[in-house]
Design a protein around this ligand. Structure first.
Ligand code: PMP
Length: 456
């Protein structure tokens, strides 16, 4: 349900009516929005704050969709976009056409990415990146004379986007229900042990379920395994030590490409530049988006290792794949500036320091409230769970505990996100400071208290 908003401003009232009539919102309940209007209309923002049209500030505790890493109102990003737009509206990258920001960004990414991920194919976002990675994997095996290697293995609770292939790789059943959008050739293994003591019990043998699936389907039919280093939309599930290394080994053992979906983890979210850097794992293909521009422009890409690049550049034909906005000069210029600011302002260091503050805050909440459990944090990517002590497990889904707590937070001007009925995710901009984290924790504290009171 979108929340009822008390509206005093006539411009807001008018926009709400227009939205109800004409705007179909993604990943939203359309009937609810058409009847009740949008939950909020954002106007502007600064740092970790966003304002509604009435000028009321909210803490953006999710960096919107885990992407506004440098926060709102970053003037340097706006300026570089303007400068680049005035130079040229857009330039094609097809047929070997190129532009300076795209070339420089490709080179910069090669220096930043782990191992020999030294080339990039640009896209406009995460789903396009994952679809591209699947196609490149199949293409790679075709070039190797193994065209029967076509299947893709992903994990349950993994999220990879909404285009047909990305959605098929996504291991969250609700996403498959929409328009029957799964295509053939995608298989979901049980991921690592999720949520330690509660919640879904994954396979404790880490990679065993992927191995079983490979053995069942036959390695000679499998092109790639795709995994988020830390599952985001599936619940902020941080893998145990050894998991990603084990999956890397499995892929080597069975001659399968390893794709890391770094769409959320990439560009500092976990306290390292890329999620895989936490475990010193080097994938064959690495999908990036979101934080690459801190959300100021639409950009994604697939980083490609030497081995796969060799097959691509030795291909005699035309690589019949590309998006109009692949390598958009404005988006690439913004990404370059975004990375420059990250390096200049010590953003990774801030994330590592703020991770400790967030952990401390969540430990306080868990101590104080018997309904808070399973707090987990890596960098500024975090979640906690709501547990019913009387039941000895999570709240019954009918209580919608997580959504109720998120609504309480929203009423107190903090934006968080619920995942399913009992998980609440937190992923603030990477520029957040100690006082701002303390304020977020205070709001969550008050919101949980209010939720408990309402429950009686
Ligand atoms: N992969 C992951 C891990 C994501 O979190 C998302 C988006 N939340 C995507 C892919 C899809 O990206 P996009 O919405 O830009 O297509």
């Amino acid at each position: 349900m979108t929340k009822e908003v008390t509206v005093t401003n006539s411009k807001t009232k008018e926009l709400i009516e227009l939205d109800k009539m004409h705007y179909i919102h993604p990943t939203s309940a359309p009937k609810d929005v058409a009847e009740n209007g949008p939950g909020i209309i954002f106007s502007d923002g600064n740092g970790i704050y966003v304002n509604n049209l009435e000028g009321e500030p909210y803490i953006d505790g999710m960096s919107m969709l885990w992407n506004v890493n440098l926060g709102h109102g970053q003037e340097e990003l706006a300026e570089v976009a303007k400068e680049q737009m005035l130079k040229i509206a857009y330039s094609s990258s097809f047929k070997g056409f190129s532009n300076e920001p795209a070339i420089k960004l490709a080179e910069k990414l090669a220096t930043m990415a782990p191992g020999d991920l030294n080339a990039v194919f640009f896209t406009s976002g995460g789903s396009e990146s994952n679809d591209t990675a699947f196609k490149l994997s199949r293409f790679y095996w075709e070039q190797k004379g193994k065209s029967e290697k076509r299947k893709i293995i992903s994990t349950k609770n993994g999220y990879h986007g909404v285009t047909f292939a990305a959605q098929s790789a996504t291991g969250i059943p609700a996403t498959h229900e929409f328009a029957g959008s799964s295509v053939e050739g995608f298989y979901h293994a049980t991921p690592h042990l999720i949520n330690c003591e509660l919640g879904d019990k994954g396979d404790p043998n880490y990679e065993q379920s992927i191995r079983s699936l490979i053995e069942k389907e036959g390695a000679d039919t499998i092109a790639a395994v795709i995994i988020e280093p830390v599952q985001g939309a599936g619940g902020v599930n941080i893998p145990p030590e050894g998991y990603l290394q084990a999956v890397r080994k499995l892929c080597d053992e069975f001659d399968i490409l390893f794709i890391a979906d770094e769409v959320i983890c990439g560009f500092g979210r976990t306290g390292k530049m890329f999620g895989v850097d936490n475990w010193d794992v080097v994938p064959d293909l690495m999908c990036i988006a979101k934080g690459i521009t801190s959300g100021y422009a639409q950009l994604g890409g697939v980083m490609i290792n030497t081995n796969v690049r060799e097959e691509i550049v030795n291909f005699e034909g035309v690589l019949a794949h590309g998006f109009t906005y692949s390598g958009h000069p404005t988006a690439c210029a913004v990404a370059l500036k975004n990375i420059e600011i990250m390096e200049r302002d010590g953003i990774l260091e801030n994330v590592q320091n703020m991770e400790k503050e967030l952990e401390k805050g969540l430990a306080y909440l868990q101590d104080k409230h018997d309904i808070v459990r399973n707090c987990r944090t890596i960098g500024l990517l975090s979640a906690f769970e709501l547990y019913n002590p009387e039941r000895g497990e999570h709240f019954d889904p009918s209580v919608n505990a997580a959504s109720a707590v998120v609504d309480e937070c929203f009423d107190r001007k903090l934006i968080l996100r619920h995942i399913g009925s009992f998980r609440v995710a937190i992923a603030p901009p990477l520029i957040i400071n100690k006082q701002e984290i303390e304020r977020m924790i205070q709001v969550i504290d008050e919101s949980i208290t209010a939720f408990k009171k309402k429950l009686g």
